[in-house]
Design a protein around this ligand. Sequence first.
Ligand SMILES: CC(C)(COP(=O)(O)OP(=O)(O)OC[C@H]1O[C@@H](n2cnc3c(N)ncnc32)[C@H](O)[C@@H]1OP(=O)(O)O)[C@@H](O)C(=O)NCCC(=O)NCCS
Length: 367
Amino acid sequence: MDLEEPMGSVWRASAVAAGPGGGCRVLGLGTALPSTRVSNADLERFLETSDEWIASRTGIQERRVAGPEETLLDLAARSARACLGAAGVEPGQVDTIICSSSSPDETFPSLACRLQAELGCPLGPAFDLQAACSGAVYGLALAQSLIQSGLSHRVLVVAAEIFSRLLDWSDRSTAILFGDGAGAFLVGDERSPGSEILALDLGADGRGATALGTLPAPLDSQPSPNMPEYTSSKRSLGRVVTMNGREVFRFSTKILEEVVLRLAESIGVGVGDIALVVPHQANSRILATAAGRLKFPMERFVTNLERTGNTSSASIPLALAEAAANGVCRTGDLICLVAFGAGLTWGGLILRWGPTAVRVDDPATGG
Ligand SMILES: CC(C)(COP(=O)(O)OP(=O)(O)OC[C@H]1O[C@@H](n2cnc3c(N)ncnc32)[C@H](O)[C@@H]1OP(=O)(O)O)[C@@H](O)C(=O)NCCC(=O)NCCS
């Protein structure tokens, strides 16, 4: 299927400005990474691949993988605590929890319900959404509409992923791409200090559903002595990622460009007025291609995929938090978040950067 032409009209449909005052702010941002680092050289020991191939085709140099006892809830809770701690907000003040994960270890109850109990939040709504790598942006959009409608006042949006348990570690075309991590946003109304959401753009095209998905995990093969513990089938979620890399590449470059253009237009600015683009951290070649088409300097694309790989829906909060913690985001900056992924889905928004409190929980770097 050719994804480029038939979807063109759909892609031009949906950017909307958030309305006068926006009515909604990102108050806090927290992230959590597992401590185990896996470099491309580590993968060379059991996969027919090379650091040179991976780095030149994807930009990825290393990724993190969860430890044997580490759960999705552990990562989600660490990122949520970092977020609430940074914002100085107690769990008792969070009235709604939305979680995004493509790698949940159970179908139900939701990760959000587990997290509510773990944090001790009040008994408001808690639910998971599934929009693959676009999940954090979908979650922010939902949080905004819940706040604007008056149904919620403080919404925690948590994206957590353990893709190391959703991979066929003998498939070099997918095993090299992904990593584990989590990120949490606290969203509140305009009375609180934070970064204002100015515009949103969400969409999906299910005609591209077969480009990126999962299949049942291959039947247990004889474990090779070279295979590290994190590849063990005992840790597998029972399904593995399958992907048409070229089709995903084509879709991603095109949608990234279109969403940035639509968002800028919806608030009456030029692409050049955007200070930073924080894209889904899939692959540096996708980002460079989109930056070239937008004539937007690659230096103003925030990336940390070199060190994290593709952490699916956790990737945007992880990249944004790192940039903010390093002082790259300045007050008043227009910052554009753009996600794309399986579904096919996409989601973007523009923030006017303000006093969003940020904390990075990374035991490997002491962050
Ligand atoms: C996955 C991706 C990096 C592959 O790059 P590519 O240039 O399209 O490479 P191809 O799949 O055409 O493979 C080229 C060759 O490299 C080989 N190859 C694939 N993976 C390899 C690896 N890890 N190491 C070494 N060689 C590899 C292939 O077998 C193929 O060999 P052949 O020519 O002998 O058949 C690229 O398609 C891509 O970035 N796609 C988007 C992926 C993505 O970001 N997904 C998540 C989105 S949310």
